[in-house]
Design a protein around this ligand. Structure first.
Ligand SMILES: [Ca+2]
Ligand SMILES: [Ca+2]
Ligand SMILES: [Ca+2]
Length: 343
C-alpha cells in the first residue's frame, strides 16, 4: 500500500548511511519547529480516543517532569542544570512546571558527527536548578521493534482526514505536552546530518499498532523518546523531524508518516563530557556575577568546585568581592602577626 506513494523530495533531501553495511535513503520533509509558515509548533498526535488525552504523566512514567517548553517547542532537562533539545529549537528561556529558567550565556554546545558535520542536537545550561532527576542515556542504539514512549509539546489533534486512501488527522489548534507510544521501525539513519532512528504512525487496524500510537507534528522538536530497559527508563532520542507523502496536505499526520529522533547513543560521550564539567572549570559564568570559574569567581573554592556561588548566599557581585578580599586580607594580616609573635 505504501509503495504506491512517492516520498517527497522537494523540501527534503536524500540522506544515506552505510552503518551496518547497507544504505538507507531517508527523505526528510520538514524539520519540526521551522516548517510552519506561522512559526508555531505542535504536539504529539495520538490515535487514542478523541486525541485530547495523555497530558499528564503516563502510569509507568519515563520522565514526564523532565519535559519542558521553549516557546512553542520542546526541551528535555538532562540534569546538572543542562537542557537537551534539537539545534533548530534555539537557545532561550525554558519552562519546567510553570517556572521559567534562563540560559547561561555562551553555554550552547551543538554536537558534531565524526566527519565534523553538525547534528540537529544541542545542549545549553540554565541558571537555576529545577530540582528534577537526571536522565540516563544508554550507550547502545535502540533496535527495530523496541517500544518507545514519546513526549512533545505543540498543537493538538484535529479532525480525522484521509489522503490517498490512508487515514490520519489534521493538526488542530492549542498546544499541550502529550505522550504517545510507538515502535522503532528503522535505525542507523542519517537525517539532516543527524544519526537517527524512526518510528512509524501505524494504522490502528494494523495489529502492530501500539495502544497510544503516535505521530510527530511541528513543535515536537526537542521532545523525548524513552525506552525501558529492565526496570529502568532511558532517554534514547530527541525528536526533530518527520516525513510525509508527496503532496500530503500541510498540517496533517497520515498513517505511515515517520517521526525521526536523534539517536542519543551516538552522541552520548560528547553529551556527558559537556554536562559533567564542574561549574568552576566550565568556562561559564554560572551565577551571572561577572566572574567565570576558579580562581576568578571568588566563590569557587577550587577548579573542582561544582558551584560558583555559596549555597544560601546570593551571588557576591563586585561589592561583595571587595568585602571578601578585604576579609581575606584581614585573616592573612592576623596570621602574619601570630607568626611574627611565635618567632
Ligand atoms: Ca563556571
Ligand atoms: Ca560567576
Ligand atoms: Ca560567584
Amino acid at each position: 500500500m505504501v509503495d504506491r506513494h512517492r516520498r517527497d523530495t522537494r523540501s527534503g533531501r536524500s540522506s544515506r548511511i552505510s552503518a551496518g553495511g547497507f544504505a538507507v535513503n531517508a527523505l526528510l520533509l520538514a524539520a519540526l519547529g521551522f516548517w510552519s509558515p506561522l512559526g508555531d509548533a505542535r504536539a504529539v498526535i495520538i490515535e487514542t480516543g478523541d486525541g485530547t488525552g495523555n497530558v499528564t504523566a503516563p502510569p509507568d512514567d519515563p520522565g514526564w517532569s523532565n519535559l519542558g517548553t521553549r516557546g512553542g517547542t520542546t526541551v528535555v532537562y538532562l540534569g546538572r542544570r543542562w537542557v537537551l533539545t534539537a539545534n533548530h529549537v534555539g537557545v532561550g528561556d525554558v519552562i519546567f512546571d510553570g517556572q521559567t529558567y534562563s540560559p547561561v550565556p555562551g553555554s550552547k554546545v551543538r554536537f558534531e558527527n565524526p566527519d565534523s558535520s553538525l547534528a540537529d542536537l544541542m545542549v545549553f545550561k540554565i541558571f537555576d536548578n529545577p530540582g528534577l532527576r537526571r536522565l540516563d542515556i544508554p550507550d547502545f542504539p535502540p533496535a527495530v521493534g523496541n517500544p518507545v514512549t514519546t513526549i512533545g509539546y505543540g498543537l493538538n489533534r484535529g479532525a480525522p482526514t484521509t489522503f490517498m486512501g490512508l487515514g490520519g488527522y489534521e493538526w488542530g489548534v492549542g498546544r499541550s505536552m502529550r505522550w504517545g507510544t510507538n515502535i522503532v521501525s528503522a535505525t542507523d539513519l542519517l537525517v539532516t546530518d543527524t544519526y537517527s532512528f524512526a518510528t512509524t504512525f501505524t494504522d490502528p487496524l494494523d495489529p502492530s499498532a501500539t495502544a497510544d500510537e503516535s505521530a510527530g507534528a511541528n513543535g515536537d522538536s526537542g521532545g523525548a523518546a524513552f525506552t525501558k530497559i529492565g526496570d529502568d527508563w532511558y532517554l534514547v532520542g530527541t525528536l526533530f523531524a518527520i516525513s510525509q507523502y508527496t503532496d500530503q496536505p500541510a498540517n496533517t499526520s497520515i498513517y505511515d508518516n515517520k517521526l525521526y529522533a536523534a539517536d542519543l547513543s551516538h552522541y552520548r560521550a560528547d553529551i556527558l563530557a559537556v554536562i559533567e564539567q564542574k561549574s568552576c572549570s566550565d568556562g561559564l559564568d554560572d551565577d551571572g556575577d561577572g566572574f567565570t570559574d576558579y580562581p576568578a569567581d571568588p566563590e569557587c573554592a577550587s577548579a573542582g568546585d561544582d558551584s560558583e556561588s555559596i549555597p544560601g548566599v546570593p551571588a557576591l557581585g563586585f561589592p561583595g568581592m571587595i568585602l571578601l578580599v578585604g576579609a581575606i586580607l584581614l585573616v592573612f594580616a592576623g596570621r602574619s602577626r601570630l607568626r611574627a609573635k611565635a618567632i
